[in-house]
Ligand binder design. Structure first.
Ligand code: ADP
Length: 266
């Protein structure tokens, strides 16, 4: 009986090992697939502006272009190069985040202070587009965060709110202080997001309207960066919207005066 038992144990251990291996292999395959999809996406995103820049530059070099067309082509070349620049910065931001994920060192951050900085940075663009940005009456609160990362979250959400709102729109930043968390909202009165796209907008390179995003210099990475940062800070992120209804992007952060999120306890 002893021999049989040990054989059975060996065998079940063996089966267990094989299953673990199969699991590892399929997880590895999944990651590998994600990685190659990502590389394919990045290549595609870079090829489009490069093709436009090359095409317009060739036409200009051929020389037979009147003044108005010349100005238009140079404008496009300039915009496409800006877009490529944005893409490269967003890619660097993402890879920096991936590298530092495990060692984010959150400290006490005054939420209103970060919002004030963000509003200052985007005020001119909003004003030029005829969009009002307001910070609603809110309670001062300290949160666990990294102020540069948090500033990036606000800048990405606010820039989107401006891009996807027509002139005359209004953007409101506000937050609710809950028992252990703060729920921050960035609301706009813009074009909104169709219900079927709501759970996809945080994916890398997902865009509802490719042309509109491209025209505004969008990279399709802004919300992926937002999600990455908020998750690294121990919070959650989401959006409520509908086509033509405006959007309400929200995220949570832990309150400093209440508790440490368990991931920072040790
Ligand atoms: P992009 O650079 O294209 O703006 P993001 O990752 O920031 O990339 O956003 C992904 C997509 O989500 C956008 O292309 C747009 O379709 C949609 N989106 C993001 N923010 C808003 C908003 N405030 N209102 C409407 N649509 C939005």
């Amino acid at each position: 009986p002893i021999a049989i038992n040990s054989r059975t144990n060996n065998r079940s251990e063996h089966v267990h090992d094989v299953l673990m291996l199969v699991n590892d292999v399929s997880e590895w395959r999944r990651l590998e697939r994600m990685r190659s999809e990502f590389v394919a996406n990045v290549s595609h995103e870079l090829k489009t502006p490069i093709a436009a820049i090359r095409g317009f530059a060739e036409t200009l070099l051929d020389g037979d272009v009147d003044e108005a067309a010349r100005t238009q082509f140079l404008g496009t070349i300039y915009e496409e190069s800006l877009r490529m620049g944005n893409l490269v910065s967003d890619l660097l931001e993402l890879s920096k985040l991936e590298a530092t994920d495990s060692h984010v060192e959150p400290v006490s951050v005054d939420l209103a202070g970060v919002v004030a900085k963000a509003l200052e940075r985007i005020q001119r663009v909003a004003h030029d587009k005829g969009i009002a940005v307001v910070l609603e009456d809110v309670t001062d609160v300290k949160v666990w965060a990294d102020s540069d990362m948090l500033l990036q979250v606000f800048l990405n959400l606010l820039t989107n709110a401006i891009h996807y709102s027509p002139a005359g729109g209004k953007i409101t930043v506000t937050w609710d202080v809950l028992v252990d968390r703060v729920k921050v909202h960035v609301r706009d009165t813009g074009i909104g997001i169709p219900k079927e796209s709501l759970n996809r907008v945080f994916e890398r390179f997902y865009r509802v309207q490719k042309d509109r995003s491209r025209a505004s210099g969008g990279t399709g990475l802004g919300l992926a960066i937002v999600k990455h940062i908020v998750t690294a800070l121990g919070g959650e992120v989401g959006v409520e919207s509908g086509e033509g209804e405006g959007s309400d992007f929200w995220f949570t952060l832990s309150r400093l005066d209440i508790h440490l999120p368990h991931k920072w306890h040790s």
